[in-house]
Design a protein around this ligand. Sequence first.
Ligand code: ATP
Length: 414
Amino acid sequence: MRIELVTIGDELLLGYTIDTNGAFIARTLAADGVQVVRRTSCGDGADEIADAVRGALERTGAVITTGGLGPTADDLTKPSIAALFGRAMRKDDAILEALRERWKARGWPGGLPKANEQQAWIPEGATVLENRHGSAPGIWLENERGQWVAMLPGVPREMRGMLTDHLVPRLRVQGAAAVVRSATLRTTGISESMLADQLGALGKGFDGLSLAFLPGWEGVDLRLTARGRGAEDTDRALRDGVSRLREVAAIHAYGEGDADLAGVVIDLARTRGARIAVAESCTGGLLGARLTAGAGSSDVFLGGVLAYHNDVKTVELGVRAHTLETVGAVSEETAQEMARGVASKLGADIGIAITGIAGPGGGTAEKPVGTVCWAVSHGDAVVSRRAQLIGDRTEIRQRATQAALDLVRRTLAT
Ligand code: ATP
């Protein structure tokens, strides 16, 4: 099955919004054998929308749009596509009632704003696609020749929900001869080139699967993609492929799909019955935020001390003045004392500490910007690392957080 996408919004053309909707829809549908053959972005104007959708309909007869379903004057998707199909607009009382109920439940004074009433107008003969994730309902409009347009909201969270709720079940090609699916193995603590060396010939892809190396601050993701086979075959090949990669990547592999390293660490600590406390300087709370991002970490994560100023390192964490004077705040020794200090202060089994120079100022010849030290105490043992991290301030802080989490993972894994 071949379809086209039209993503609508001036902000897409201005470059302020990146068309992640188009990417998500193409990826999701390809996994079910539906091929997106063209993606068009157009502005909010009624004529622009009509032009883009008309062309797409002529080519494939099957079009998904996103955007322009909201309550404001620039939301013209429905009337302009209705006109293209020669349909009038009509007020749908059920939608209006649902909108009123939604506003009442929110408890905002004044009830449904007048502007929102526009969302209850739909093209004659259209099917309403319920939106459980927001206020603007989606629309399915089809003519007697079987040509159709599905209109989804622009807000990515709502669009994703409605794609899954309505379009994937409608469009899924049962027993599709060819699907495109991917699987990802996540690695960290190893560079892209070292990983390529380690993978050898596998790095070029294998068993008909293509392999992409995707480096970022979290590590290097290895993404396998299978094209041109049936769904079952594809899933089996990807499962086997990921297992082969896992064997080679060994300790550097920490998860699959969208696994987050902090979640992996929380799970590992839970199975070991270990509780975690953190002491953060240059990361200013990022580590704590990562460890609490997933729900239900309170049985493992106790809390932490944000020790940005040296006085807090000494008073709250017991870092010795001698250590700070002789080797400085950014040193493995200080990181070790911070990790031990916070574990003992909060009664944790594991202490994690990070101290470094995130920049852009504050670097010296001996400790340039990007110098970061981190340590993990586990019972009586303590391990630490020092590295020169690359990137701007944001990236250095992200990389430092990831590296500290990885040291915990490796400590617990052995
Ligand atoms: P609303 O009810 O908010 O008016 P809508 O269906 O009219 O929803 P738009 O107003 O076009 O959608 O966009 C809402 C928001 O969704 C925009 O601010 C933008 O950030 C985001 N958005 C719109 N289109 C896309 C897209 N193609 N990719 C990613 N984000 C998008």
